[in-house]
Design a protein around this ligand. Structure first.
Ligand SMILES: *Cc1c(COP(=O)(O)O)cnc(C)c1O
Length: 509
């Protein structure tokens, strides 16, 4: 198992996890075990195999010193867990649409993989809608949110028949004008802000008193306005809320859903019919960035919803969910070469190719967004050795470009690799173009047991990478199949995107 340590806010000594789940380091010098033989989780074992194989297959190299990997089996298992969790708590026959928040991992092959697992798409921009359509997500499995929809966007959504959640009274007035012409199959809802409060990350808390999202339900006169808005619009049949992302306690999420359900009941009572037939409860399940354990689970949240808002699940309402991070975060990693190992002021520094362009939130707000870093040697084997506090720096030209500061890991050397874990959502797909650094390529991987072996033990079949001796059980790269999800951006593309076709534009006036 790779040396992995969670970032703590302090100088980060001793933020070690116990190894109950096999996610912790091995004693120095011990060989990494095989999947299922040392208590490591399947995901951690697959990750180590994938890193080793990525090196052996030449996917990470001097020419391509940073690479993102997606664990296909992990994504499938999270999608299945989401479906199972709600199947468990809803009344039989309840219509449930799980719409993946595309912004979390905006990749067409990922959307299509999720679609194969029964998951739709929540989109919030023309680009995201285009991605969902390119992935073949049907209109009736697509939901459009966003606080700034133009009339043209609304018109397109309505022409396609996708569900639209209006954010505010002005948007509702635009929809009035468009729906006036009739003939759409789009279901419409209104987003409300239950103003139930913030989680631990302010920037991601959407249910604060002054959040920019939705109709602020506790503001004076707002609730009566919302009820009347529904009574005036018989075609308004959904109600939407999303209380925030990462950092929200489950109880606060459930509290927002309880407020949503209470409002729907009030509107339906006022209408004298079940005008609202579907509740869209948003996403926001937090992700554990501290270990390989996947907690909290969808099952725990679904059970909490059942306890907190039993009427939500009794069959009276269809359900839409919009989870993003919790479906993908733990199934992606960024692998980067250590270009140089140096030291300053007594602090060792590994200068790598992954920094702010990939981990923007972590770099600018390390306290809210700590990432686990795993250390591998040049052959992609988990690195061992005594812990040394060191900085893991990125390639960008500003001092704060650090993936991790003062992190205890085996001392990294030139040519080693670092992996930024749990970066499958909101990291390598949310590229930051500082320093014109290219967007890295993304490979999906699948680990297959080899016929005639127990599925993990190497037979020395490493194909060609220097330094792989095939003796520690992960040398058999035939087990890991990679498939391109996104090609790396080229510098030619950067020139084009940077006005390359208009080189003289500012000269002739
Ligand atoms: C971002 C967002 C989501 C997804 O949030 P996660 O924390 O990634 O689950 C869902 N719904 C809306 C409206 C969002 O803005």
């Amino acid at each position: 198992m790779a040396s992995v340590q969670h970032n703590s806010q302090s100088a980060d000594h001793g933020a070690r996890h116990d190894s109950r789940h096999g996610t912790d380091r091995h004693p120095a010098g011990s060989a990494p075990g095989r999947a299922g033989h040392t208590g490591r989780t399947g995901a951690a074992a697959r990750r180590d195999l994938a890193v080793r194989a990525a090196v052996a297959q030449g996917l990470i190299s001097e020419a391509e010193p940073v690479l993102a990997l997606l664990d296909v089996a992990g994504i499938r298992s999270s999608a299945a867990a989401l479906r199972a969790a709600f199947d468990e708590v809803v009344a039989p026959g309840t219509a449930v649409l799980h719409a993946f928040a595309v912004k979390a991992t905006a990749l067409v092959p990922v959307l299509r993989l999720l679609a194969a697992e029964g998951i739709g798409a929540e989109v919030a921009s023309p680009g995201e809608l285009a991605l969902a359509r390119a992935a073949g997500i049907p209109a009736d499995r697509t939901v459009l949110d966003s606080p700034a929809k133009t009339t043209a966007e609304l018109r397109e959504a309505i022409a396609l028949g996708i569900a639209v959640n209006a954010d505010n009274p002005q948007e509702l007035a635009r929809i009035d004008a468009l729906v006036g012409s009739g003939g759409t199959t789009s279901p419409f809802g209104l987003r409300v802000n239950p103003q139930t409060g913030a989680g631990s990350i302010g920037a991601l808390s959407t249910a604060t008193a002054t959040s920019k999202f939705g109709v602020a339900l506790r503001d004076e006169g707002a609730r009566a306005w919302v009820v009347q808005a529904y009574l005036d619009r018989p075609w308004l049949t959904r109600l939407h809320t999303h209380s925030g992302s990462q950092g929200l306690p489950l109880e606060l999420m459930a509290e927002g859903v309880r407020a949503l359900h209470g409002l729907a009941e009030e509107i339906n009572a006022a209408a004298g019919r079940r005008q609202i037939d579907t509740l869209d409860i948003g996403g926001g399940l937090p992700v554990n960035f501290a270990s390989d354990e996947e907690t909290p689970t969808y099952a725990a949240y679904a059970r909490l919803l059942k306890d907190t808002v039993p009427g939500l699940l009794d069959g009276g309402y269809g359900l839409v969910t919009e989870f993003g991070r919790s479906l993908l975060a733990k199934h992606g990693l960024v692998l980067a070469r250590v270009e140089y190992a140096k030291s300053a002021g007594g602090r060792p520094i590994a200068v790598t190719h992954a920094g702010s362009q990939i981990a923007t939130r972590t770099v600018y707000n390390p306290v809210s967004w700590p990432l686990r870093i795993a250390a591998y040697d040049a052959g992609g084997r988990p690195k061992s050795g005594p812990d040394v506090a060191q900085d893991i720096a990125g390639p960008a030209c500003f001092a704060g470009d650090l993936l991790a500061e003062n992190r205890a890991l085996p001392l990294l050397e030139q040519g080693d690799l670092v992996a930024a874990l749990d970066t499958g959502a909101y990291y390598f797909t949310n590229h930051y173009a500082y320093n014109s650094l290219v967007r890295p390529g993304i490979q999906g991987f699948t680990v297959r047991p080899r016929a005639g072996t127990d599925g993990a033990d190497g037979v020395g079949g490493a194909d060609g990478a220097g330094g792989i001796d095939g003796t520690d059980g992960v040398g058999d790269t035939d087990e890991v199949r990679f498939t391109t999800v996104r090609a790396p951006q080229t510098v030619e593309e950067i020139v084009t995107e940077s006005g390359g076709a208009y080189a003289d534009a500012l000269l002739d006036d």
